[in-house]
Design a protein around this ligand. Sequence first.
Ligand SMILES: [Zn+2]
Length: 353
Amino acid sequence: MQPVDVLRQLSDGFGVAGFEDEVREVIVGLVTPFVDEVRTDALGNLLAIRRASTVANPRLLMLDAHMDEVGFIVKWIDSNGYLRFAPIGGWDERIVPGHRIVLLARDGTKHDGVIGTAPPHILSPEERKVPIAMERMFVDIGATSKDEVAAMGIRIGDPLTIHYPFSELHGNTVTGKAFDDRAGCTVLIEAARRLAEHELGMDVAFSFVFGEEVGLRGARTAAYQLEPDLAIAIEGTIGADMPGVPPESQPVRLGEGPALSVADRSIVVSRKLIAALEAVAESHSIPYQYKLPTYGGTDAGAIHLTRGGVLAGVISVPCRYIHSPISTLRLDDLERTIGLTTAFVDALPDAIF
Ligand SMILES: [Zn+2]
C-alpha cells in the first residue's frame, strides 16, 4: 500500500475528537505487522511499540500523531426534525454552512445530512452581510419530526462532521478532510513500515493519540505512561501560500518539504533538537522549511511538560485549509516528511544524545 492509499483510507474514516474508534481500528490493522506490541489505553490512545532488541537499556522515542479531527456534536433535536449542534474543536464559523455532513449514531449507523441555510431571497441586505452564528445553524437529515430522528437512532451527544471524500487533484496534490492530522498518522504508519527491517538504536513508540483538537488531551496521558526520552509530534499544519496572504504571514508553504517548528504557542523547541533534524535532512538531501513562529499549538506542547520535562519537537506536513471543511496537501511533501522521520530514527541515539 502506498502512502497515498493510507492517507485516503484515514482521511475518509470518521474520527471526531472523543469518537476516534473507526480511525483507530484502521490504524491497528495497518501498523500491527511492523511493531512488537500494540495496546490501547483507557481513554483511547493507540500505542504501537518497536523495541531496539540489540541495545541494552535503550532510550525511548515517542513519535506522536493525533487521530482526531474537528467536528460537531448534536445538542438539540427540534420538533420538526432539525438538529442543532455545538463545535468540537476550532472551526471558522463563516465557512461551516452549506456543506454535507456525516453523523455517527450511537448504534454505529452513519447518516448523511446537510448544514442548511436560509435562502438569500428571504434575508434582508444586512442579514446577508453577517456570518451566521453557529448557535443558529442546523442540520437537515431529511427527518420531519423528533420521533423520526429518534427512530433513526440519533440522540443528543452524537458526533458529526463535514465530509468530502478523498480525491486526487492535478499533479502531486490531493484533497480530503482531516489531513490535520491523518497526514501525521500516515507518516507514522509508513515510517513503521520502512523501519520494520532496520535495527533500531532506540525503542520507538508510534503513538496515535485522541483529543488533540480539544486541548492536547491524548498526548498528555500517552507521554505520562510512555516516559519518553525524546518526542517528535508529526502534524499537518497551516499552509497559507495562497492569494491575499503576504509571505511573512504564511506559516508554511506547500511544495517546500517538511516544516520544522522552532516555536509555536505551546512550545519553544530546543535548538539542539532543531540542529539534529537539520543535520539529518541535509545529509539525506531532504529539502525542509521552518514553520514561522508562533502560529498554532501542537501535542509537543503537552508532551514536553510531562513529568520532569521531555525534549520534544515538531515536524509538519504542509496542508492548506485545515480546520475548514476540506484540505489539500502535496504528496512530495508527505514523502519527504516520511523520509526525514525515518532517517532521523535511523540516526538515533547518536544524532541527539
Ligand atoms: Zn493537528
